[in-house]
Design a protein around this ligand. Structure first.
Ligand code: CTP
Ligand code: CA
Length: 225
């Protein structure tokens, strides 16, 4: 067995993780972003390393320190994140925990936008960002064997997660309810529903590091089964 050989469950495997938000510049001093602390993604990177994997972490702007022993690529925008993810393939497992901004500003100004005194706000033109998980899920030859997405929802959690599973060609969607009344956003705990083609599994509320350890343990088992 692996234990007999003194091997950790992900020894020799490459795990690629995205974490944090992306920032989409409006002008040199402003941006659009999602709310994301990066706590769950960074916890996953640490858990994957603890399980013996070589880990690449592609992180948007977060205040967390870089985890030890992990190659970290710091990015700002979704376009940069996609590029860093592509450059980090191939991977055995990819976990897209980042809260990627869905839109970028196409009218990005090189100069700070100034109030013009008219009282009228400036107009921002938006374009949809590339979907990193979907791109990787449909990659002709470098799709990781196990591809895991996240879905933060405020309603219709399971139906939305199932639709994402399908659309993005992911193996699992780690879904969580982020309605304001749950107090989940930015906190240290998470309540997960793991959605796969086999069904939905409800996990009790636990710390983000326990969620990470459980996802990594399951991923290691799925990879070798
Ligand atoms: N995701 C991604 N690239 C994007 C948007 C999302 O890789 N441009 C990934 C996220 O990292 C996550 C999963 O897709 O793993 C689901 O993200 P979510 O924002 O819930 O899905 P969307 O397809 O953007 O749908 P929604 O309209 O609900 O935001
Ligand atoms: Ca989104």
């Amino acid at each position: 067995t692996d234990a007999k050989a003194g091997m950790l469950p992900l020894t020799g495997k490459h795990v690629l993780i995205t974490s944090g938000p992306t920032h989409e510049p409006i002008d040199p001093v402003r941006y659009i972003a999602n709310r994301s602390s990066g706590k769950q993604g960074h916890a996953l990177a640490k858990a994957a390393f603890a399980a013996g994997a070589r880990v690449t972490l592609v992180s948007g702007p977060v205040t967390l320190p870089d985890p030890d022993n992990i190659e970290v690529h710091h990015v700002e925008s979704a376009a940069d994140m996609l590029q860093a993810v592509n450059a980090s393939l191939p991977a055995d497992i990819a976990i897209m925990a980042a809260a990627v901004a869905d839109w970028r500003v196409t009218s990005e100004g090189k100069q700070k936008i100034k109030k013009d005194g008219s009282g009228k706000p400036p107009r921002l033109d938006l374009a949809e960002n590339p979907d990193i998980l979907k791109t990787i899920g449909h990659h002709p030859d470098l799709r990781p064997k196990l591809l895991i997405g996240f879905a933060a929802e405020t309603k219709d959690l399971v139906a939305n997660a199932r639709a994402k599973l399908e659309r993005k060609n992911a193996d699992w969607i780690v879904a969580n309810d982020v309605s304001p009344e749950t107090g989940i956003m930015g906190g240290d705990a998470n309540t997960i529903r793991l959605v796969s083609k086999d069904g939905v599994e409800d996990w009790p509320q636990m710390s983000k590091s326990d969620v990470a350890a459980r996802i990594i343990a399951r991923a290691a088992a799925a990879l070798t089964s």
